[in-house]
Design a protein around this ligand. Structure first.
Ligand code: OOG
Ligand code: MG
Length: 262
């Protein structure tokens, strides 16, 4: 049985819109990694049709803690769209989510275009700003369980993010490679780690983004936000809580959740 990739993207999009988990796509159909990224692109196009346009990209499984938690070891790329962003200190609408989790991250922003096909286009030079971040992931699959192809098709579980104040990369660059990361929920420490968990140094995420963007045909225009990947395992997100991610030497970001989960 062959199912058009467009239909697979629609299944995942319906799961988002109805906040209802579905069975893994690979239960019904075999997918190559290329096809999984094609499903992801088709899903992002469906969001864009609703005027929910890409604002950035995210890496997944850049840390061993995350890879071990999910049983997946390859670094993957997903797309962040406008509606996913919550302002610093703002409230996340949980009712539209299935079984959300949160992760402390480091975010970068491109100050100029990166051409993934041009070997001379250096993502490290193009990156001008960095900020502490918290990411919300929400697998559209039952039990938050998936194969590599399934999670790629599901846009790397992308569901939300908040960013702390931007700093110029130049200013903090030397402090980024191995600095403490703390995730607090309601004032209690939920996860701790180091930025070194992110590919050994979060700046390495920039080359990984370019490599994956080239391979899977994603654009990296100036202004693109890049989430480098979680430094720790993800924690379950509860309704009515205050989440704070702190990256030592960089700053912190706060996100609240409303009273009701979906
Ligand atoms: C996939 C997304 C992984 C990260 O930071 O490693 C990710 C998932 O765990 O559902 O965002
Ligand atoms: Mg993440």
């Amino acid at each position: 049985m062959t199912i058009p990739l467009q239909d697979l993207a629609a299944r995942l999009d319906d799961a988002v819109l109805n906040a209802t988990a579905i069975r893994q796509l690979t239960t019904d159909v075999e997918l190559t990694l290329e096809e999984a990224y094609a499903v992801q692109r088709a899903g992002v196009a469906l969001r864009a049709e609703r005027a929910d346009c890409p604002v950035g990209v995210k890496l997944g499984f850049t840390s061993k803690a995350k890879a071990a938690q999910m049983g997946v070891s390859d670094v993957i790329l997903g797309t962040l769209t406008e509606s996913m962003q919550v302002e610093d200190g703002g409230t996340l609408d949980c009712a539209r989510l299935i079984h959300p989790r949160i992760e402390p991250e480091v975010a970068f922003r491109l100050g100029r275009d990166v051409d993934p096909d041009d070997p001379a286009s250096d993502p490290l030079i193009a990156t001008t700003e960095v900020a502490p971040a918290v990411e919300v992931i929400d697998s559209r699959y039952r039990n938050f369980t998936f194969s590599l192809q399934d999670v790629v098709a599901d846009n790397a579980s992308a569901a939300g993010f908040a960013l702390g104040p931007w700093r110029t990369l130049h200013e903090v660059r030397d402090d980024l490679a191995n600095t403490a990361v703390v995730l607090e929920i309601d004032g209690h420490i939920a996860e701790t780690g180091s930025t070194a968990a992110i590919l050994g140094d979060p700046l390495r995420a920039l080359a990984a983004v370019k490599r994956l963007a080239r391979r899977h045909r994603l654009a990296l225009p100036a202004g693109t936000i890049i989430l480098a990947g979680a430094a720790t395992a993800a924690a379950p997100l509860q309704a009515g809580s205050v989440i704070r991610a702190t990256v030592a030497g960089l700053g912190q970001v706060t996100m609240r959740t409303d009273k009701r989960l979906g």
